[in-house]
Design a protein. Structure first.
Length: 216
């Protein structure tokens, strides 16, 4: 667990789940998803800390896309806390357009991303979040053979780099015991408001800003 210091800059990075339709012409726009929810809840609970939250997620991105824009969209912003959610597009593109990303390539690129961050910003704290998919259709279940090794890669990287890990795949699997998968993500990937809230709660717990008894 870590605490967000007074005046800290918090950066959310990733793909469409993080992007959540943010207005990119407005650099402080957080979109309509978990980044907005987490930032709002944190500000309401700890207004005296005056933390600044930024969102630079871009829909469709894979790790190689994050690498291509990392200098401008991460390192130049010098975040005190960096949160990354990426990986589902590596699996999705393998099935919808036949453009797979082997797990070793995924892990290698992700490792480079984290190494560059640690070298340039050694004091920045890191949070990795697992990619996930919910079984709303048979094809989503077929994704598991490709996605599960990538989830394991994220866990290995979290151990190697000593980051916090938010186990979203397991969290959503647990949530489907309470309501059907589509309640949390209609297409199995993009969260509904309830799904985004689930992510935001897990993220806030990881940074010590939400009690264990709160939420679902």
């Amino acid at each position: 667990m870590l605490r967000i210091a007074e005046g800290a800059t918090v950066l959310f990075q990733g793909d469409s789940i993080t992007d959540a339709d943010r207005a990119r012409f407005y650099p402080d726009d957080l979109g309509r998803g978990y980044a907005l929810m987490a930032a709002g809840w944190f500000a309401a609970r700890e207004p005296e800390r005056s933390a600044r939250f930024l969102n630079r997620g871009i829909a469709g991105d894979r790790v190689v896309d994050l690498l291509a824009r990392w200098d401008d969209d991460c390192l130049a912003l010098r975040p005190d806390l960096l949160s990354i959610l990426v990986g589902i597009n590596e699996t999705w593109r393998a099935f919808d357009v036949g453009d797979p990303t082997p797990v070793d390539a995924f892990e290698r690129s992700y490792h480079e991303l984290l190494s560059r961050t640690r070298e340039a910003l050694p004091a920045t704290r890191l949070i990795l979040m697992e990619p996930f998919a919910l079984p709303v259709a048979p094809d989503r279940e077929a994704w598991r053979a490709d996605l599960d090794p990538k989830i394991q890669a994220v866990r290995r990287l979290a151990r190697e780099f000593g980051t916090l890990l938010v186990p979203l795949d397991g969290l959503f699997a647990q949530a489907t015991a309470r309501r059907e998968a589509a309640f949390w993500a209609e297409d199995g990937v993009h969260p509904t408001p309830a799904g985004h809230a689930l992510i935001a709660q897990a993220w806030l717990r990881a940074v010590g800003a939400l009690g264990a008894d709160a939420g679902a």
